[in-house]
Design a protein around this ligand. Structure first.
Ligand SMILES: [Zn+2]
Length: 310
């Protein structure tokens, strides 16, 4: 009885404000599941990738999102090296109410490196964390009375081998490219605990974002990566082409790429969920949510103007 009473009190407060405990456990749970050994590192076209898809598809269903094709699956072919390969993007839709024909496309790649030299590369940060954050954002947007924009949540495949899932999406988009106002790409979000930082690249493609960030308080330090300053850390990442936002950028679509800096477990078998600091994960998600809800409130002309400056 006591437990039930406490539960109802907890539920009551959760309906009043975003329930941190709930969001955090869902985020960590999704990361944990997607980076479990049984997913074998989610390499494209493996059984592990198929298990990851099944998990994400079920989460899309549970969130009440709409499939544009059977089982949310959008297969594509690509050429890598000297061979033809197959990948499968997963796409779910959430229709908005104010500007239903204008889309914000969220991307987060679910593939990773698989098993290398007998070791499983679980890719908890890269990029189970991005997929988990995308799912949590879908849940957040669903709890709004109705989002202003329509959303496509795209779990991309074959990012690690050359951004092939995102390229396939832009080459044959399920909605016309002119209806896409923004690409919001999420790749590696959970390991910024050391300096309490989260990087944002692409603000130059949307004048106004930088000014907004200056006026706000965030629980992590949101650091802008500037155009042309593409190289960082020992892995020398070129931020313009580092992840799935690149094909959208080349198509002239405004984009924002959220990610942490390169870290010692990046692309190693040690990128495990146990190394994630749950407190940082929560702060990252709170900050990300703040920006996403603000973006949802901006008028279409604001996005349109950014597009014209191309
Ligand atoms: Zn990645």
């Amino acid at each position: 009885m006591l437990c039930r009473f406490v539960y109802f009190i907890w539920l009551f407060f959760c309906t009043l404000a975003p329930c941190a405990l709930q969001a955090q456990s869902a985020l960590l749970h999704d990361i944990q599941q997607l980076s479990d050994d049984r997913m074998s590192g989610r390499k494209t076209a493996t059984e592990g990738a198929q298990l990851a898809r099944q998990y994400i598809q079920q989460r899309f269903v549970d969130l009440g999102l709409t499939a544009l094709k059977a089982d949310f699956q959008h297969p594509f072919s690509y050429r890598s090296g000297f061979s033809d390969k197959e990948g499968i993007n997963l796409i779910a839709e959430l229709k908005g109410c104010t500007h239903p024909d204008a889309y914000i496309v969220m991307t987060a790649h679910y593939d990773h490196l698989g098993i290398v030299a007998g070791k499983v590369y679980n890719g908890a940060d890269d990029n189970a964390s991005g997929v988990a954050a995308m799912l949590a954002l879908a849940e957040l947007l669903k709890t709004q009375p109705c989002p202003h924009y329509s959303y496509l949540f795209v779990a991309t495949d074959a990012e690690e081998s050359g951004l092939f899932g995102a390229k396939a999406f832009v080459a044959a988009p399920p909605v016309a490219l002119q209806h896409i106002v923004l690409n919001l790409n999420l790749d590696m979000l959970s390991r910024g605990e050391r300096a309490n930082q989260l990087y944002l690249y692409g603000a130059f493609s949307l004048p106004g974002v930088a000014d907004y960030l200056k006026t706000q308080e965030f629980s992590v330090k949101l650091k802008l990566r500037k155009r042309g300053k593409g190289l960082t850390g020992k892995h020398q990442l070129d931020w313009a082409n580092a992840s799935d936002h690149a094909p959208f950028r080349r198509a002239g679509i405004p984009f924002l790429f959220f990610g942490v800096d390169s870290h010692k477990d990046y692309h190693t078998p040690q990128d495990d969920w146990q190394r994630i600091n749950p407190a940082y994960l929560q702060r990252m998600f709170d900050s990300l949510s703040q920006v996403v809800l603000w973006l949802d409130r901006q008028p279409p002309e604001w996005y349109q103007a950014a597009r014209k400056t191309k």
